[in-house]
Design a protein. Structure first.
Length: 229
């Protein structure tokens, strides 16, 4: 209500001002003599003055200008609000994406660190085990036939490919008394890959089964190293 009164009042004042100015600048002739209107001599018909306007016309013009100015202001305010909301929305989206990216990277980092720590632990255990490692027994490896008595985990179907390859090489070793260097290196690579496969499957089996299987493969690898010596 107050804003409406303010707009009407401004329009009225602008209308009166326009009317008054037009009246003051009006000039012409009085008889044969130009007359003075307070600002200078007028000379009608020569374009020295402005056409007079009525109070109603001045009011209408003033009201139109006020309404036009208010409309432009409302339009600019609306555009500013839209821009601000759009900028805020984009900012929030970027923040959410940044947080999601941070947690994903952190999860990946933690997972990599866990795997690294586990591998480091296995390597330390392997070094300690090799120091204390006993030679493979004739019950575990038959020196005449090359037959291997595999631990229960290594004898499962999952590791058939590794086991069959090693059975062939160990049978060849028993037949000729030793393996050629190339075959020995192949056998050691199979053992390494087999150990990695068992390590990756550690969650599926008991800790004791995984430990005994890895230990057995180390003993078999020590046997092959003695073959090279």
């Amino acid at each position: 209500m107050i804003a409406a009164r303010t707009i009407v009042t401004a329009a009225v004042l602008l209308g009166f001002a326009a009317s008054d100015c037009a009246a003051q600048y009006y000039s012409g002739y009085y008889g044969n003599r130009p007359y003075y209107n307070g600002y200078g001599y007028g000379g009608g018909g020569y374009g020295y003055g402005y056409r007079a306007s009525t109070a109603a016309e001045g009011y209408a013009r003033g009201m139109a200008k006020v309404i036009q100015a208010q409309g432009q202001k409302n339009l600019l305010d609306s555009a500013a609000r839209i821009n601000n909301e759009d900028a805020r929305s984009k900012y929030l989206d970027n923040r959410v994406k940044a947080v999601e990216t941070y947690w994903k990277r952190r999860d990946i980092y933690n997972q990599n660190m866990e795997e690294k720590l586990y591998k480091d632990s296995l390597e330390r255990q392997e070094r300690l085990t090799q120091v204390k490692l006993k030679a493979i027994t004739t019950e575990e490896l038959n020196p005449t036939t090359g037959a291997v008595r595999w631990p229960a985990l290594l004898a499962t179907e999952r590791y058939d490919n590794y086991r069959r390859a090693m059975d062939e090489l160990m049978a060849k070793r028993a037949q000729y008394g030793m393996l050629p260097v190339d075959d020995t290196l192949d056998a050691q690579q199979i053992i390494k890959d087999w150990r990695e496969a068992v390590t990756q499957d550690k969650e599926a089996y008991s800790e004791a089964m995984v430990r005994d299987s890895l230990r057995f493969l180390l003993k078999l690898n020590r046997e092959l190293e003695d073959n090279l010596g």
